[in-house]
Design a protein around this ligand. Sequence first.
Ligand code: SF4
Length: 420
Amino acid sequence: MATPGLYEVAMSSDTRIVLAQPPFFRLFGSHNNRGPLELAYLARRLDDEGAACAIVNLDWTDAAVHCTWRNLFTRSALLHAALDGTSPLLYESVERLLGFAPDVVVLAAGDALTPWVDLGNAFVAARLAEMLRGHGIRCVGVGSRFGTAPQTRAAFDAVVDDVFGAGAVATVLAAHETRPWNPAPPLLGADVSGSIWDVTMTSFGCVRACSFCDAAAQPYRPVPPAVFAADVQQRANRPRLDIGDAIFLARGARLSALAEGLDGVGRRPGFSIELSVDQVTPGRLAELAAFGVEEVKIGIESADDSALRVMGKHQHVQQIRTACDRVRDQGLNLTVYVLLGGPVPDPAKAALRTLDLCRSLPADDFVINVWAYNRPGARPTDTHFSGDLVEEYGLTEVMGEFFALQAPAKMSIGRLLDIT
Ligand code: SF4
C-alpha cells in the first residue's frame, strides 16, 4: 500500500494539527501579539474539512508595551545568532509545540495574505522543522517569506515532507482554482495563545505592482460583504479594526454594500485603512469617514523620483503632499510609510530628500522601513528593520533623524518605549 501523502494524513480524523507562528519579533527582544491571519484562514479551511487544529502564536508575550522601531534596528545581531542556531527561543518553541503532541505542524514564515507586513523568517521556520522532524512530526511551510527567496524555500523543503503548504495557501487565495471562490471568515476560535485579532480583510491581493512587494503577484479578490460582516461580528469586542487590504479599493456601490453588511453587526468599530496616493480625493475621504474610517496609512515610500521609478510607484512629491494634506483636512489620523535603500541609483541621496519631505508632512506617525525583500542578493537575515542593510545602503548617519519622526504610541499597539 502506498504511503499516505501529507494531505491524507492531515485530513484523517484523529490527526492533531498545530498551526504555528514561530517567534520573530521575540528574537529581537520584542513580541507580536497580533493573530496570524493566514493561519486562521487555513484553520477555517481545515475545520470545514473536519480536521481538528489549534493555532499557536509563538511570538506572543504578556508585555503591554513595545520597544521602538529604533531598538529593532540596533538588535540585528540577535537574528544572526538565532539563525546560527543558538537562540534559546527556538528550543523553547519546539518544547511548547511538542507539548501539543502534534502529528503535523504548519510553520508560518510571514503572512501570505498581508505580505507587505514583516512578520516572519523562513530560515527560522526551517530550523524549527528540523528539530520537530527529529520527533517524527511532519511539517509544512506557509507564508510569503518562502515565496520571495527561493533558496529559503529550498532550505525548508530539505527538512519537510511536502510542500502541501504552498497548495494550501493557493487554496485560501484561490489563486489556482477553477472552482468558484467561496471564502469564509477566519477561524479565530482555533487560537490557543491569546492573540489579538484586530485585522480584517475586505479583499485579498493587490491591483498594483510595486517592485518591492509580494502582493503584486496576487490576484485581486473582493470578499463578499456578508463574509466581511460576519468577520467583523466575531471581533465585536474590539473598538477598532485594521482593514488589512493591500489598498482599500471599495467605493460607491461596493462601499455601500460593505456598510449595509455592517448594519447587522452589534457595535460598529472604527477602521484604519491603507490608501495609495492617487486614491486620496476629498470626496473619497468623506465617503470613507462616513463608513467609519479613522486612520489612513499611505505608502509614500520616497521623495526621490528615480527611487520611485525603481519601486514602480507612480507618484511624485507634490501628489504626496496633497494627499497627506487632504487626509488631515478630513480630520483623519495619518500614518506615512517610508522605504529607504534598495536597488535605487543613490540610496543616501534619496533618503535625504525623503527626510526633507517627511519633515514637511502633517503625519501623526511615520513607519521607517528599509528595502529588504525582492531585491538582488537578499540574505536570510534581511528584515524591514535590518541594521545591516542600513549600513549597506549608506544610511547610518540619517537614520536617527528618521527615528525622531516616529510617534511614541500607535493606534494599533499602544505605547512604544526606547529600551537600550
Ligand atoms: S500598492 Fe504596492 S506596496 Fe501596496 S500592497 Fe500593492 S503592490 Fe504592495
